[in-house]
Ligand binder design. Structure first.
Ligand code: FAD
Ligand code: NAD
Length: 455
């Protein structure tokens, strides 16, 4: 409580605007950071701008708190409550940080430059330009894995960005309102109200859980004639959901889903995606068609086009198609002065916010050490060491699961108390007091008034 209050006071009163900050200094080295997600922002928050000029390039001019994105798809939390403008984050720096809302489209490690492209709908006369760096940090995250399957990008909804949550929300209510339309045929009502989630990793499980809560708490009240017909199906290729959790928590999740009438089809692999149905190969190796109204696709990550381009440029050393290979100091193999952190890398750790955050903070320490070495000081640089703080996931009906490292072992807990822990852990991990305030307000609001069922 004391730490949060102190942080709130700092956040509110320690406001700086560009004219209060040190200007760009041509005598200092320039660090270009690509991205405004977990890795980039953790680095940005810790980096000492007395030592460097910092430039951030990202198509998103905000940070997105992804762990609460599934809650936005059903209106438990408002989208803007989990977004934080990058300029709110950089105002705390001593030196003004330049931000360009653009996508980096190429990196040239030889000339130490990057090409950036304006991504806004309204463009000025300059749309592509080249900027130089002394150090480059690639923190562009990952793309949605589709395995190149036709129809996925066209008909399914992903769950990675703000616009994905908005799209899911609109489609969900469209399905419900179309099912409620006069004289709709019963089999069409059944199809429209079949919500299919592909991928039993944490994204798919948390989305199915939020959808169940929306159905139980709100849709049943507002659409009593339809609520019993709404069906949630989770499709997973492996023998169980959540393979990263302990077997005890996997069973607990599967039991909770059963009680909540969420159909879990394991050992079932999607083979084809159409506009109204998917074809899957089930556990008996038969091809079966599953009609759907809403299809949410959460089958993991694959490298973004920029990462692939850089990997192709450095093909002698970049030998994995799954992400950028980095050494123990987060340096990209084959590209001097280029670092990579988070989901863009292929490393021994899972692609999580937890890993990206620790790598971002580590890189801030690396740059601090490099600045001291530049001053002639003798500084020892240690390799990156990851500390796993546990895994958490929401599974619906005010229950969560947690695998937490404890002493030399692991503790697996699930239930309502874990749900309270889940909420407090997420709130304490938010980057600003403003976000915490808004999210807690949304939780209270949805408890008192129910979730908003407008489209
Ligand atoms: P991101 O956070 O994805 O950021 C990438 C940034 O790069 C973005 O700002 C993007 O706009 C920008 N970018 C993209 N292309 C370019 C380009 N060409 N040029 C410049 N910038 C570019 N992990 C956990 O540990 N706990 C959780 O509870 C959890 N929940 C999750 C829930 C959901 C729904 C999802 C989707 C993920 C969740 N994760 C969670 C995983 C976590 O979000 C990722 O591991 C984390 O975001 C990775 O951080 P990153 O900085 O590498 O990438
Ligand atoms: P994931 O890679 O964790 O899971 C994807 C699942 O989809 C896998 O279980 C895979 O077997 C399944 N799959 C793949 N192809 C399929 C097909 N054709 N048909 C049926 N199933 C198929 O992906 P995710 O859930 O999107 O998570 C991505 C990353 O983000 C992970 O590292 C995860 O740990 C992290 N994350 C963490 C949390 C959390 O900690 N609460 C929440 C969300 C995401």
């Amino acid at each position: 409580v004391v730490a949060t209050a102190a942080y709130a006071a700092y956040d509110i009163y320690e406001k700086r605007h560009p004219h209060d900050q040190l200007p760009f200094d041509p005598k200092k080295r320039t660090i270009v950071i690509l991205g405004s997600g977990w890795g980039a922002v953790s680095l940005l928050k810790k980096i000492n701008t007395d030592d460097y000029n910092v430039v951030v390039v990202s198509p998103r001019n905000y940070f997105l708190f992804t762990p609460l994105l599934p809650s936005c798809t059903v209106g438990t939390i408002e989208l803007r409550s989990i977004m934080e403008p990058i300029r709110f984050i950089t105002r705390h720096k001593s030196r003004n940080v330049k931000f360009y809302e653009s996508a980096c489209t190429d990196v040239d490690p030889e000339s130490k430059t990057v090409v950036i492209s304006d991504v806004s709908d309204i463009k000025g006369s300059v749309q592509d330009t080249t900027i130089p760096y002394d150090y480059l940090v690639v923190a562009v995250g990952a793309d949605n894995q589709t395995f190149g399957m036709a129809g996925v990008r066209e008909y399914a909804c992903f769950l990675k960005e703000i616009w994905d949550a908005q799209k899911i929300r609109t489609r969900l209510m469209d399905c419900v309102e179309s099912a409620a339309f006069a004289h709709q045929a019963p089999e069409e009502v059944e199809r429209l109200l079949r919500m299919v989630v592909v991928g039993g990793g944490p994204t798919g499980v948390e989305y199915a859980a939020e959808l169940h809560d929306f159905l139980k708490d709100d849709l049943q009240l507002w659409y009593p004639e339809l609520a019993d017909k709404l069906k949630i199906t989770l499709v997973e290729a492996l023998p169980n959901v959540l393979p990263m959790f302990s077997s005890q928590l996997i069973s607990y999740t599967e039991r909770t889903f059963k009680q909540n009438n969420i159909e879990v089809l394991t050992k079932t692999m999607v083979k084809e995606v159409g506009d109204k149905a998917i074809k899957v190969q089930n556990a008996d190796k038969e091809i079966v068609s599953i009609p759907y109204g809403l299809l949410v696709w959460a089958t993991g990550n694959c490298p973004r086009p920029l990462a692939k381009k850089l990997m192709a440029r450095l093909k002698e050393t970049q030998t994995s198609p799954r992400g950028l290979l980095v050494d123990d100091y987060m340096r990209v193999a084959g590209a001097p002065d280029v670092y990579a952190i988070g989901d863009v890398t292929f490393s021994k750790y899972a692609p999580t916010a937890q890993v990206a955050t620790q790598q971002g903070k580590y890189l801030a320490d690396i740059f601090e050490s490099l600045a001291r070495i530049d001053e002639g000081k003798n500084v020892k640089i240690s390799p990156f060491a990851y500390t796993h703080q546990g895994s958490l996931a929401y599974i619906g009906s005010d229950k969560a699961i947690a695998d937490l490292p404890f002493l030399n072992g692991n503790v697996s807990v699930g239930g309502v108390a874990t749900f309270v822990f889940w909420r407090s852990a997420y709130i304490s991990n938010m980057f600003s007091f403003r976000n915490r305030f808004l999210v807690v307000g949304d939780w209270v609001k949805s408890k008192i008034f129910g979730r908003d069922v407008s489209r």
